[in-house]
Write a protein that binds this ligand. Structure first.
Ligand code: ADP
Ligand code: ADP
Length: 230
């Protein structure tokens, strides 16, 4: 019943010196769960998230998304799986500054072969859903941090992914914006999507049904908290 599974997943960066960022991590994330990845800074959490989403290749070991083992598929197929199945929200949002909210969300749909008109309609619908119906024509620099984060979430949901991966989404938000973010995340999860969040936030961790602890690139714990929090 795991939607994501890893086997001895390892990553070594070699840029003049070797950094073992991740060491033989075995984990499973149940379908439809809200999971968080926690641990000290610089210990391999982002690396793990990137490998789970097929944004980077492991040095050794394997990642399965459903029945597909990511290291065995070619780059173009991997890009297709990523676009169709996975939505990413990065810490610094990665919005394109010259584009409006609407256009930033539309961009995500361009590769999927959706018509321009459908792109616009769906982008507007998603932005309404995250409470930005009145900011469709605003550019990122005209939005608050919390609002940019919501554009990034709308963009991540554009292709109706099964999995939403978030890298410290509340890292740059004040507490009110964080609270709103938690509500958004809860809604997305309630729709049946699997959500995996790298976080230092206790409030995010408190919502999670599944907690993964990483230290020194190793799995310290992979805990199902169902019943404890829900
Ligand atoms: P965390 O997300 O827990 O802060 P990271 O996964 O970003 O940790 O980093 C784990 C280790 O790998 C750190 O020592 C970091 O410096 C190193 N690292 C991360 N990305 C790269 C990269 N692209 N090139 C070289 N080293 C990297
Ligand atoms: P949030 O609760 O979403 O973080 P804020 O209370 O920070 O929102 O912002 C309130 C209003 O001020 C919003 O409508 C937003 O568009 C506007 N705003 C916030 N930051 C900026 C900015 N740097 N430039 C222009 N408008 C801003």
């Amino acid at each position: 019943n795991a939607i994501i599974r890893t086997e001895k997943l390892s990553k070594v960066y070699d840029r003049g010196f070797r950094t073992v960022a991740l060491q033989e991590v075995n984990l499973q994330i149940p379908r439809g769960s809200l999971a968080c990845i926690m641990g000290p800074s610089g210990h391999g959490k982002s690396t793990l998230l990137h490998l789970l989403g097929g944004l980077d290749r492991p040095s050794s070991g394997k990642v399965w998304l459903d029945e597909v083992e990511l290291t065995s598929v070619a780059a173009d197929r991997l890009a297709e799986i990523r676009a169709r199945k996975i939505g990413f929200v990065f810490q610094f949002f990665n919005l394109l500054p010259v584009l409006t909210s609407l256009e930033n969300v539309q961009v995500a749909m361009m590769l999927a072969g959706v018509s321009k008109k459908e792109q616009q309609e769906r982008a507007a619908e998603l932005l309404n859903l995250v409470g930005l119906g009145d900011k469709l024509r605003a550019r990122p620099n005209q939005l608050s941090g919390g609002q940019r984060q919501r554009v990034a979430i709308a963009r991540a949901l554009a292709n109706d992914p099964e999995i939403l991966l978030m890298d410290e989404p509340s890292g740059n938000l004040d507490s009110r914006a964080e609270q709103e973010l938690l509500e958004q995340i809860g809604q997305v999860n309630d729709q049946g999507k699997t959500v995996v969040i790298v976080t230092h936030s206790e409030s995010v961790a408190a919502m999670a049904q599944h907690r993964i602890y990483i230290r020194d690139g190793q799995l310290m714990g992979n805990m199902d908290t169902t019943g404890e929090n829900r």
